[in-house]
Ligand binder design. Structure first.
Ligand code: AMP
Length: 520
């Protein structure tokens, strides 16, 4: 908790785009405009790369440079591992979860921003719409470890649509947000009606992004180098890290020019290869086609045809590739306009959402001008569930386990469903429910959540006691389970047996451990 002195200086809530490759912080400024805050290096976006130096932890541009010389001490693409319970990055005998690594990035960007706007306490962090419960929880926990009060988690496309809507550049109608970042891809259809933003459907791929385009170029350059020198730079970690960075730069160059030359050096050999935009586009055509397929599918789920889409909103750095815009123009039959920089829209939208929450909160730290308050106060967003929520049940006929979908994918949030169960045995005092995310009938093809145990039924009751269980998604897309003992009209305890996320004591312990490190 901040002291009253601190509160006087604490800045208003910020919005954070915690990206696979780049992260940024934005805030509504005194004039009521969302503004991206520069880091200590003067850049609006900080590379989401961590380098463990001897004394300090480097995050950002310096980490990228150091990582080239010693990639084993660097952590990249952490967002791709969010929610993975088994992932650990180990350096100097210390191991870090994806939550802790993300917390180090959050520490760097908020501490830098604080130099300009004052201490930061409250934040909204964005996530790809397609993040499941474990990934959402991991993101919230990362914020907790970084010492932030995460007042909400919102979907990146919703944030982008908010930035458009708030800027007055988004007229009413249906928006299709095509978000291709460094490591994730989402498509979301959002309807703007006055000040209401309603998400109609969303889908995506958490393992598809600009990195995949880089990899294709790395493969091609390595192939040409091998042909010429019979040596493969991918065999050496440092050479591969360097080649990957060069490939990314070349890719960006090809967004501006029709061809580029790429130098590749390894084991004293020097190669120099020309790559044309056409060649690059044919190397990556299948990746683009995958995004096209998802886009068509999401439109269908939203019940909208291209004729019904009023505006296509590209967000994420990878939409700078001309092939992406050409595909979107071809598919939609409309010219694409980009009034807000593609990599700022998400952080800006998150800062608008943060300000809206702060405006409605009791412990508001900083006042808004009447005009800003009026503009913010009118906006309302409604999101949808990116995954179906189901329960694993045993089919009486086949005796096989199957997923009984309780809340359909793309249901409006918050959403909840109540089911009544009977205890199966005399004296049964607890029930274990297995909850999954996904549409597939086979539970093994879905994402299993942590196990929920409902405990505390009175002892000595015969079989057949009624228990009402409510499964819900909150507005953040997080899953909750509550239960009621019907005959005693008493709320029961639901224990979550965590196999995936961190519990509060671990978050506090991690916060203490990391607070001893200096982050630059
Ligand atoms: P984001 O996750 O939204 O920050 O997007 C970062 C991704 O955008 C990375 O894969 C970058 O390589 C990619 N990117 C940034 N600028 C360009 C560009 N000019 N052309 C192609 N890709 C780009």
């Amino acid at each position: 908790m901040a002291s009253s002195d601190d509160s006087a200086r604490t800045s208003r809530a910020v919005g954070i785009d915690l990206g696979t490759t780049l992260s940024s912080v934005a805030q509504i400024n005194d004039a009521g405009e969302p503004t991206v805050i520069a880091n200590a290096e003067g850049e609006l976006r900080t590379p989401s790369v961590i380098y463990f130096a001897d004394e300090t932890v480097l995050v950002g541009r310096d980490a990228v440079r150091e990582a080239m010389g010693n990639p084993a001490r660097a952590a990249f693409n952490i967002k791709r591992s969010m929610g993975d319970a088994d992932f650990r990055f180990t350096v100097d005998g210390e191991s870090y979860t994806p939550e802790s690594l993300s917390a180090l990035i959050l520490r760097k960007i908020t501490q830098d921003a604080a130099q300009q706007i004052g201490p930061i306490r409250k934040a909204v962090i964005t996530v790809p719409a397609y993040f499941d419960d474990a990934r959402r929880k991991a993101t919230e926990d990362a914020g907790g470890i970084a010492g932030l009060d995460v007042i909400d988690i919102i979907n990146e496309p919703t944030a982008a649509a908010l930035a458009y809507g708030f800027s007055g550049k988004g007229d009413d109608g249906v928006f299709l947000v095509y978000d291709l970042g460094g490591g994730t891809f989402d498509v979301t259809v959002i309807e703007k009606r006055g000040n209401e933003l309603i998400t109609l459907a969303t889908d995506g791929d958490v393992q598809l992004g600009g990195k995949d385009w880089d990899e294709r170029l790395v493969e091609e350059l390595a192939r040409r180098f091998r042909e010429e020198f019979k040596a493969d730079p991918r065999d050496d970690r440092a050479a591969l890290a360097y080649l990957t960075l060069t490939a990314e730069e070349a890719k960006k160059g090809l967004s501006r020019r029709k061809s580029t030359r790429v130098p590749v050096s390894y084991r004293g050999h020097w190669g120099n290869y020309e790559v044309t935009r056409d060649e690059f586009e044919s190397l990556t055509a299948d990746l683009l086609a995958m995004t096209q397929l998802t886009t068509e599918m999401v439109l269908e789920e939203a019940g909208v045809t291209w004729a019904g889409v009023n505006r296509v909103v590209p967000t994420g750095g990878s939409t700078r590739m001309p092939a992406v815009l050409a595909m979107l123009e071809r598919m939609s039959g409309k010219p694409i306009e980009i009034p807000i920089p593609v990599d700022d829209a998400v952080a800006m939208g998150a800062s608008i959402h943060a300000a809206i929450l702060e405006l409605h909160s009791q412990d508001r730290l900083v006042e808004f001008t009447a005009d800003t308050a009026a503009r913010l106060g009118r906006i309302h967003t409604t999101d949808v569930a990116s995954h179906a929520l189901g329960l694993v049940i045993k089919d009486h006929q086949t005796l096989a386990y199957r997923n009984d979908v309780l809340i359909k994918k793309n249901s409006r949030l918050p959403a909840s469903v109540t089911k009544t169960y009977q205890t199966a045995h005399d004296g049964q005092t607890s029930i274990v429910v297995r909850v999954v995310q996904g549409d597939a009938p086979d539970p093994e093809a879905c994402i299993t959540l942590d196990a929920f145990s409902i405990t505390g039924l009175p002892e000595g009751r015969p079989a057949g006691a009624l228990v009402k269980v409510t499964f819900s998604y909150d507005t953040k897309g997080r899953v909750h389970v509550t239960a009621e003992d019907v005959s005693a009209a008493k709320t029961m305890t639901v224990e979550i047996n965590r196999t995936k996320g961190m519990d509060p004591s671990r978050i506090t312990a991690e916060m203490t451990r990391l607070s001893l490190k200096s982050v630059e």
